[in-house]
Design a protein around this ligand. Structure first.
Ligand SMILES: Cn1cc(Nc2nc(NC3CCCCC3)c3c(C#N)c[nH]c3n2)cn1
Length: 279
């Protein structure tokens, strides 16, 4: 069985959890049989921007450790000219895989997960980071809590193909805010800087919509161009089938407002009646 050495400590590979571009994520054990996740980034054929983004992401992850338990724990990392190893806590499962495996989500679970997602995203916003590409695969379940595993700065990671993830989440438009599609200024890479924190609120709303109605608001539109048009088209009314939890329905409607200025904020969401924890 393969092993890797990170800063003098040996880790034994159990399985590959996911891969994307030049990154791979493994489930590993240390010599005390403690479970960890290791992200391995191959820098051999990575361009300078990728190297820069990866280092930037790790520095932010390291800095934000102290501010919230809803940010994945970073134990160590090793950066060389040819690779980067990032040693992190290992979640039981990512939220996308979990959602795909559930026929229904129980209301209290949904409410708790929502609170954890808001707290994680509030933490990065407080430190000037807007993710810009939030989706269920960016969160992992650790015991009964949710943790954010990346800040959207470095490359995308998708679940390993052997884990039969058909619609891998990398590159999905299902959670993309209208302002990211409308933003025509400058080359697209800069568009993200134009999306403010309200862009992440839209994406979080799409995730909550998924946890409520089992699909994201635009998932049924399979043609990507038509999907983008629907996301930005004010005449395309998003369906909100009636549900018993009226507070939840109100949260969904306030997150999925196309005008970012009229969209609810993270702070208002944390104060919303839906989160006063009466199941
Ligand atoms: C499917 N599955 C996931 C876990 N747990 C887990 N997955 C992580 N990344 C996964 C990579 C593929 C896409 C989904 C996230 C990370 C991680 C990073 N980056 C830091 N800790 C983690 N824990 C167990 N099963």
């Amino acid at each position: 069985n393969e092993s890797m050495t990170i800063r003098g400590k040996q880790f034994f590979i159990l399985k590959m959890i996911g891969r994307g571009g030049s990154s791979k994520v493994y489930q590993v054990l240390d010599e005390k049989k403690q479970l960890f996740a290791v992200k391995y980034i191959d820098l051999e054929d990575a361009d300078a921007q990728t190297v820069e983004n990866s280092k930037n992401e790790i520095e932010h992850l390291n800095h934000l450790q102290q501010y919230s338990d809803q940010i994945i724990k970073l134990y160590d990392y090793e950066i060389t000219n040819s690779y980067i190893y990032v040693l992190m806590e290992c979640g039981n499962l990512d939220l996308n895989t979990w959602l795909q495996s559930r026929t229904s989500v129980n209301p209290l679970e949904r409410k708790l997960y929502w609170k954890y997602m808001l707290e994680a995203v509030q933490t990065i916003h407080k430190h000037g980071i807007v993710h810009g590409d939030l989706k269920p695969a960016n969160f992992v379940i650790v015991n009964a809590t949710l943790k954010l595993i990346d800040f959207g700065i470095a490359s995308r990671i998708q679940p390993d193909v052997t884990s039969i993830m058909k619609d891998t989440q990398a590159g999905t438009l299902n959670y993309m805010p209208p302002e990211a599609i409308k933003d025509t200024s400058s080359q697209h890479g800069k568009a993200r800087s134009k999306i403010g924190p309200k862009g992440d609120v839209w994406s979080l709303g799409c995730i909550l919509y998924c946890m409520t109605y089992r699909k994201s608001p635009f998932q049924s539109i399979t043609n990507q161009i038509s999907k983008m048009h629907a996301i930005i088209n004010p005449s395309h009314k998003i369906a909100f089938p009636d549900i018993s939890e009226k507070d939840l329905l109100d949260v969904l409607k306030r997150c999925l407002v196309r005008n970012p200025r009229e969209r609810i904020s993270i702070v208002e969401l944390l104060e919303h009646p839906y989160l006063q924890l009466k199941p």
